[in-house]
Design a protein around this ligand. Structure first.
Ligand SMILES: Nc1ncnc2c1ncn2[C@@H]1O[C@H](COP(=O)(O)OP(=O)(O)OP(=O)(O)O)[C@@H](O)[C@H]1O
Ligand SMILES: [Mg+2]
Length: 268
């Protein structure tokens, strides 16, 4: 009996110390990143809804408004962000990591460290978490107004690591108008709420009047629908050739500026 109690005591102590370590880790990382004013995740549990599109165009809209912006590609095993920016061969062996840069926006991605973008990156959870940690803890970001984090789909390793390690201002959730996309985006919103992360708003992307996904997510989660980004072939065409739509099309830029203001990311 006494032995069992002793073992339980040891188990509780171990759990206690690992929780303390997580809290300490988060404190240290956020202290290191204290010269970054806002940290915003772009997220949905559903794949292909336009998280990278929204993250990239939000980052470049903020940059064009005069803010200093960084971008993390937290899609560690299927990184796309650098392709959307037309950045190739950004490898740097400097440590702390030196972000790649396009038009003043700093960016880090696993694709900086692979020699062929088509090569699969087959990593288990702990390695994914380790890479995210490097992007946060050992990257020379310098002072930034905004750090935008492009999350992968799902509700497991990468979103959990980000939530665990970073004090986020909150998530922008992305859905398409379709019901299935909305349901999966609601999952991510519920995860965020359960883990105490604020929801800054819902963006309905690829909006074409075919459904009410944006309204559905906003109503279920009790947050604002902050914008509808129209389905527009410019996104596919430009992203495929590494150009950022908001830098080339004033109506797309206006959609993003409206969304940014409605989500309260900027006040002026
Ligand atoms: N508003 C839009 N209109 C037309 N095409 C779009 C729009 N938004 C995104 N796309 C296109 O849809 C595809 C998927 O977009 P994107 O890669 O941003 O989605 P994602 O949610 O990041 O995907 P993943 O889950 O794989 O990370 C891309 O080819 C992109 O160019
Ligand atoms: Mg993506």
């Amino acid at each position: 009996m006494a032995d069992t109690e002793q073992n339980q005591g040891a188990g509780t102590n171990m759990m206690h110390s690992s929780i303390l370590r997580v809290i300490e880790d988060k404190k240290n990382i956020n202290q290191k990143l204290s010269n970054i004013k806002h940290k915003i995740g772009v997220y949905s549990a559903k794949g292909g809804v336009g998280k990278t599109t929204v993250a990239v165009n939000t980052a470049f809209t903020l940059s064009s408004m005069g803010y200093k912006v960084g971008l993390i590609d937290a899609d560690i095993d299927c990184p796309n962000t650098l392709m959307f920016l037309g950045i190739k061969g950004a490898f740097s062996d400097e440590y702390p990591l030196k972000p790649a840069e396009k038009d003043g926006v700093k960016v880090v991605s696993t694709s900086m460290f692979v020699d062929d973008v088509k090569k699969p990156i087959i990593w288990r959870g702990p390695l994914v978490a380790k890479m995210i940690r490097e992007f946060l803890d050992n990257t020379d970001w310098g002072p930034l107004d905004y750090l935008i984090i492009d999350l992968p789909p799902g509700t497991s390793d990468a979103p959990l690591s980000i939530i665990q390690l970073l004090s986020l201002d909150g998530f922008l959730l992305v859905t398409t108008p379709r019901h299935i996309s909305a349901v999966n985006t609601i999952r991510s919103g519920m995860m965020a709420k359960r883990l105490g992360v604020a929801l800054l708003g819902v963006v309905e992307n690829m909006s074409d009047g075919s459904g009410n996904g944006g309204e559905e997510v906003a109503a279920e989660l009790g947050c604002d629908l902050v914008g509808k980004v129209t389905a527009n072939k410019i996104f596919g065409e430009m992203s495929d050739s590494g150009r950022v739509p908001v830098l080339h099309d004033s109506s797309v830029k206006q959609e993003f500026e409206n969304m940014i203001r409605k989500a309260g990311l900027v006040t002026k």
